[in-house]
Design a protein around this ligand. Structure first.
Ligand SMILES: [Zn+2]
Length: 330
């Protein structure tokens, strides 16, 4: 469900992920018309049936009034070019500015025409809001994500004008306000640290789906909120609305490889192996206390949830095939 391909990265991505049994990739970094989408669609077409593309919105538009309607028009154009969905990065709520120069909230009413049009065009909106809660705490050695924050200093939102909770509440209001638009809350519904809360949202909003991209370290974490039985029950209850994703970022060159979260250097072959092995082990076994897929994303261990084969089949592929109309080659 969730990869980021840079131009020229498709052959490497298909080889790497294909080697793991993944037959189809959904590239969430399609760009917008005149800003990458032409190239990304051309590359996807070189590999028929293997790559689908989500477009992005150009949020520079939001600095001029009337942006919602213009962005809705561009979305139509993107769909005509072959994009099947829209991906919204975490910049919405944390960085993009409106016409008044102020931060655009996640549920900004000016964007309503865009969400409405996405629903009418049957284009799911994959949306990333917020980030791990530790990114809002002081970035020092007491922070449980210190390894990651040292490498990515721009990921610290300590002292940011908007809190984690404000962002998440706005995300919920957005999903509630557009029941005819499908939203895919990436990174486990944008709250992998509180699966119970994610379950409440899934129960309340039938238009909400979630993906697992880059959050196996959180959802597998050994603590009370993430007890195997609880998380497995969530997957079983919402087995039709959870989509498997890796968040792999892949470009043309060997060093253009990001798995979940990048370190200072590209991952070593051993780290690539660990990433996939720990991912499959998490979903497919109930082994306990093993290393999670991404060394940099917190120094804790995880427990597997050993999903039944029928649920696994839906999460790994079936749900994406149904929701996105992906043609799967035999
Ligand atoms: Zn991503």
């Amino acid at each position: 469900m969730h990869v980021h391909l840079s131009p020229g990265g498709a052959p490497r991505a298909l080889a790497l992920l294909g080697g793991q049994g993944i037959k189809h990739l959904v590239n969430l970094s399609g760009g917008s018309p005149g800003r990458g989408l032409e190239e990304q669609m051309a590359e996807a077409r070189r590999f028929p049936g293997r790559i689908s593309v989500f477009c992005n919105a150009d949020f520079r538009e939001a600095r001029t009034p009337g942006y919602g309607k213009r962005m809705a028009k561009t979305l139509e154009q993107s769909k005509a070019m072959g994009a099947i969905g829209l991906k919204i990065p975490k910049g919405l709520g944390l960085g993009y500015e409106g016409p008044d120069g102020k931060l655009l909230p996640v549920d900004d009413p000016g964007l309503d025409p865009l969400w409405k049009r996405a629903g009418e065009l049957h284009m799911p909106v994959a949306i990333h809001t917020g980030d791990p809660k530790a990114f809002w705490l002081p970035a020092n050695m007491l922070n449980e994500r210190w390894d990651e924050l040292q490498v990515h200093q721009g990921w610290s939102f300590y002292g940011a004008p908007v809190s984690w909770q404000q962002l998440f509440d706005a995300f919920e209001r957005l999903v509630a306000r557009h029941p005819k638009t499908i939203f895919i809350g990436v990174h486990f519904g944008n709250d992998p640290e509180d699966p119970e809360r994610v379950g409440q949202l899934l129960a309340k909003y039938p238009n909400l789906y979630i993906d697992t991209a880059a959050r196996v370290p959180e959802i597998g974490r050994q603590d009370a909120a993430h007890a195997q039985a609880k998380v497995r029950a969530l997957f079983e209850r919402f087995q039709d609305r959870i989509l498997f994703g890796t968040d792999a970022g892949i470009g043309a060159e060997a060093e253009d490889l990001m798995l979940g979260s990048s370190g200072a250097d590209p991952p070593t072959p051993a780290e690539v192996t660990r990433f996939f092995d720990a991912t499959w082990r998490y979903f497919e076994t109930d082994q306990r206390g093993f290393e999670h897929p991404t060394p940099i994303q917190g120094r804790w261990k995880i427990d597997g949830i050993g999903l039944p084969p029928a649920v696994l089949a839906k999460v790994y592929a079936g749900n994406a095939v149904r929701l996105l109309g992906i043609p799967i080659a035999p």
